[in-house]
Design a binder for this molecule. Structure first.
Ligand code: ADP
Ligand code: MG
Length: 200
């Protein structure tokens, strides 16, 4: 049993929220939109907020995170997960919120980095593809999903059926798991449409 006294010890803990949130889903499901929405609200709350993306994501303006509906925000581009530790300052103030887009492209160190930041009291918001185009869990997303206090699974609109799409199907290009592309290379599909498309 907790005595009421035991809660007083919490006052020595960091003041921030200290949590990990994951936003996942297939391509075009609105992950970046949702991430930018949360970043904007945290800026409205005047919380020093850093938006980060991996160097590999060069589909649009370098340095900006851009959603498919052309929403954009400046971001810090980092080479590897541990580099995130070195960019946690906003106008001379330590960041309280860190938002990370395209998390699936980061190295295996990302779950450790995110946990460490959340443990320190930061609100960590991660967006990424939960599945690759083979329908297999992508990079360190499974670990992040397990570690997160809160998970948001988004869906795109299936271009075959109009239903909720959970899969990103590759329609052209190579067999590499990491190949950047847009609607010319990937389409969102619901499960049975994805299964049927892969049989072809
Ligand atoms: P993600 O980061 O998950 O790839 P974005 O946030 O960049 O997604 O883009 C979401 C936007 O993509 C939607 O608001 C919509 O304007 C557009 N879009 C284009 N095709 C589709 C589709 N098939 N299903 C859902 N949204 C789509
Ligand atoms: Mg995105």
């Amino acid at each position: 049993m907790h005595s009421s006294d035991s809660y007083h010890s919490l006052s020595s803990l960091p003041i921030g929220e200290g949590r990990l949130e994951v936003i996942c889903g297939p391509m075009f499901s609105g992950k970046t939109e949702e991430l930018l929405r949360r970043v904007r609200r945290s800026q409205i709350a005047r919380l020093p907020t850093v938006l980060v993306k991996p160097a590999i994501d060069t589909r649009y303006a370098v340095g900006d995170v851009v959603s498919h509906d052309k929403n954009a925000m400046p971001s810090v581009v980092v080479e590897k997960a541990s580099d995130i530790m070195n960019v946690l300052e906003v106008e001379g103030r330590p960041a309280l919120v860190v938002a990370i887009d395209e998390a699936q492209f980061f190295d295996d160190d990302l779950p450790r980095v995110c946990s460490e930041l959340a443990n320190k009291g930061m609100r960590v918001i991660v967006a990424g593809l939960d599945l690759d185009f083979n329908g297999v869990p992508f990079g360190s997303m499974p670990q992040l999903l397990a570690l997160a206090e809160e998970v948001t699974k988004l869906h795109a609109v299936c271009v075959e059926t109009g239903r909720a799409a959970h899969f990103s199907h590759k329609i052209s290009g190579s067999d590499d798991t990491v190949e950047l592309g847009e609607k010319d290379k990937y389409i969102p599909l619901a499960r049975h449409a994805f299964v049927a498309a892969r049989k072809k």
